[in-house]
Design a protein around this ligand. Structure first.
Ligand SMILES: [Zn+2]
Length: 195
């Protein structure tokens, strides 16, 4: 209701087109959904610009989203490939380079470090848990074997998730280094531009 009072005060200026752009937009938005205030205006309501039809906006967002999802899928697949091909247990330290490059590519593309870290950590997390289970032979045997060792299913899950997180973090450190490199390079380019 207070909004209506403000609109009422602004209407004379609004009708003379003397309001600032932002305020005009706000009044228009209010008039679009408030019939009470609409009856108080003297101007033709057809002049009120209509907001972008929802369908168009939704389609645009959807298109961008699909494009992003395809790239995201590619990065996730790449990350999975890295997770599967490298393991510090086998003494291969190739993962340092691959995760570093993954960090550079995903951060350069998305400029979003949370997303970059998620793309890097989730596949290695899943893969580590799968790998741990698989390395103990068939699931049933492994489960029985583990239950003799762990006193409850919760501690078993805890150790699986803990192991996955640890491996995820070790690998992601190099992804974060990649992110840092992109940030530093971008900053140094920005400095050059301002000089
Ligand atoms: Zn109103």
């Amino acid at each position: 209701m207070t909004e209506c009072k403000i609109v009422e005060d602004l209407l004379p200026l609004f009708e003379e087109n003397l309001l600032q752009e932002e305020t005009t937009k706000w009044v228009n938005e209010h008039l679009a959904h408030c019939s009470t205030c609409r009856t108080k205006t003297n101007i033709e309501l057809t002049e009120i610009p209509k907001p972008i039809p929802r369908k168009t906006a939704a389609t645009m967002i959807k298109n961008v989203h699909i494009k992003l999802t395809i790239y995201q899928l590619l990065f996730v697949l790449l990350s999975f490939a890295f997770a599967m091909s490298t393991s510090i247990f086998t003494g291969s330290f190739q993962f340092i380079l691959s995760y570093f490059v993954l960090g550079i590519c995903t951060f350069y593309f998305y400029r979003n470090w949370i997303l970059t870290i998620c793309i890097a950590i989730i596949p290695i997390f899943i893969w580590t848990i799968y790998d741990t289970i698989a390395s103990f032979g068939s699931y049933n045997n492994w489960y029985l074997q583990q239950m003799e060792y762990y006193d409850s299913i919760f501690s078993l899950f805890g150790s699986l998730i803990g192991g996955g997180l640890l491996m995820g973090l070790i690998h992601t450190i190099f992804t974060i280094l990649g992110v840092i490199v992109v940030v530093l390079v971008t900053k140094s380019f920005e400095k050059e531009d301002t000089l």
